[in-house]
Design a protein around this ligand. Structure first.
Ligand code: SAM
Ligand code: SF4
Length: 332
C-alpha cells in the first residue's frame, strides 16, 4: 500500500528534506554566529549516521525524494562521505546536495565525489579579501576558492554559489561574483539577508533586495531575462544574461517571500523536526530514534509536525518573532 503524500494543512506537498549534521563551524559569519562564546551541542546529543539514515528511510517512504546536507559546517563532521553513500542508497532518494562554506572542500571534494555526491552549493559572499575577513572573521578566502576549483576539476555539477547580500556591506560584491560565475559556468544565487543572526543585527534597511541587485547587474553587465518553466517550489527565481553567458538565482525571502510554494522540512543535528527555517516550535524525533520507536511512530511524528506548519514567516511585520536558535543550530 502506498503512503499518502506528506501534506500540510494548506495542501502543500513536501518532498524535500534538509538535514543538519552539526551545529559546529570553522568560520564565524556575522549574520549566523557570534564571534566568540559559541556554545555547541554535546556530541552525544547529535544524531549518528545510522539514526539519520533510519529517519531518511522513513521520510522517503512518506514521499521525500530530495535531500540537502547542511549545518553548521557539514564538512567538519567526520566521515561525511560515509553518510552520503548511505543516503544515496535509500530507495526513493533521487537527489542529494550539500551546502558548505568550502573551507575544507579542497581536501574532501574527491572522497565526497567518490561517495556519489554531484550537487554542491558553496557559500561565498565576496571575492574581496578584506571583506571576507570582515564577514567571516577568518582568513579562509584562498581555501574556499581552492575548494571550488577542485570541484570544477573533478566534474561536479551543478556547482552553485550562495552569496548572502547585505546592504552597505556586500553591494560592491554583487557584480564581481556574477562575473566570476560567468567565467566558470557557476550559478551565483544571491540570498537576501534574513533575521537569523545570533546577535539580532538584522534590520529591513540592511536587506539588499533582488530588485536592487538586478538593477546593478543589468547596468554593469547587461540585460537579464527570467528562465521560463522553473519549478514553483524552488526557492530561487532564476535569470540568464541575454548574451547567453551565465545564470543567476535570487532567493528573495524578504522582498518576495515564496512560503506558499514551500516543500521543505528540516531535521536538526540534535534530532528536532522543524517545518520552517523560522519555526518557533520543534518536534523531537531523537527520543523515538533512540528509544525503540517504530517506523510508524516516526512517520506519525513527521506528519504531526508538518500539519502545524504555518502559512509563512512574517519577516518585516510586527508579528515576526525570530527563531530561538541561531542559523548554525537550525541548519540553513
Ligand atoms: N556552513 C554552510 C554554509 O555556510 O553554506 C551551511 C550552513 S549555512 C547556515 C547555510 C546557508 O545559510 C549559507 O549558505 C548562507 O548563505 C545562509 N545564511 C546564513 N545566515 C543567513 C542569514 N542571516 N541570512 C540569509 N542567509 C543566511
Ligand atoms: Fe558557518 Fe555557514 Fe553559519 Fe557561515 S553561514 S557561520 S559558514 S554555518
Amino acid at each position: 500500500m502506498t503512503n499518502p503524500p506528506l501534506i500540510d494543512s494548506f495542501g502543500r506537498v513536501h518532498d524535500n528534506l534538509r538535514i543538519s549534521v552539526t551545529d559546529r563551524c570553522n568560520i564565524r559569519c556575522f549574520y549566523c554566529m557570534p564571534e566568540e562564546g559559541v556554545e555547541y551541542m554535546e556530541r552525544s546529543g547529535i544524531l549518528s549516521f545510522e539514526e539519520i539514515e533510519r529517519f531518511v528511510r522513513v521520510a522517503a517512504r512518506l514521499g521525500v525524494t530530495k535531500i540537502r546536507i547542511t549545518g553548521g559546517e557539514p564538512l567538519v563532521r567526520r566521515d561525511l562521505p560515509v553518510l552520503i553513500e548511505k543516503l544515496l542508497s535509500v530507495p526513493g532518494i533521487k537527489d542529494l546536495a550539500l551546502t558548505t562554506n568550502a573551507v575544507l572542500l579542497a581536501a574532501q571534494a574527491k572522497p565526497l565525489y567518490d561517495a556519489g555526491l554531484r550537487r554542491i552549493n558553496v557559500h561565498l559572499d565576496t571575492l574581496d579579501r578584506a571583506r571576507f575577513l570582515q564577514i567571516t572573521r577568518r582568513e579562509e578566502l584562498d581555501s574556499v576558492l581552492a575548494g571550488i576549483d577542485e570541484c570544477l576539476r573533478l566534474g561536479y555539477g551543478p556547482i552553485k554559489i550562495n552569496a548572502v547580500a547585505v546592504k552597505d556591506l556586500t553591494d560592491a560584491d554583487i557584480v564581481p561574483l556574477a562575473r566570476y560565475g560567468r567565467e566558470r559556468g557557476i550559478e551565483i544565487r544571491y540570498i537576501e539577508f534574513m533575521p537569523l543572526d545570533g546577535q539580532r543585527l538584522w534590520g529591513r534597511s540592511r536587506v539588499l533586495t533582488q530588485d536592487d541587485m538586478m538593477a546593478m547587474l543589468t547596468r554593469e553587465i547587461g540585460p537579464l531575462e527570467e528562465i521560463p518553466g522553473r519549478d514553483p517550489s524552488a526557492p530561487a527565481s532564476e535569470y540568464r544574461f541575454l548574451d547567453g553567458v551565465g545564470t543567476l538565482g535570487f532567493i528573495a525571502s524578504v522582498s518576495k517571500p515564496f512560503c506558499m510554494n514551500c516543500n521543505r522540512i528540516r531535521l536538526t543535528s540534535d534530532g528536532k523536526l522543524r517545518y520552517c527555517l523560522f519555526a518557533i516550535e520543534e518536534t523531537d524525533v531523537k527520543g523515538l530514534l533512540r528509544g525503540g520507536g517504530s517506523d510508524e511512530e516516526i512517520g506519525a511524528v513527521i506528519r504531526e509536525n508538518l500539519w502545524k506548519k504555518w502559512a509563512g514567516h512574517q519577516i518585516g511585520t510586527p508579528q515576526f518573532v525570530a527563531p530561538p536558535r541561531p542559523m548554525n543550530a537550525i541548519g540553513g
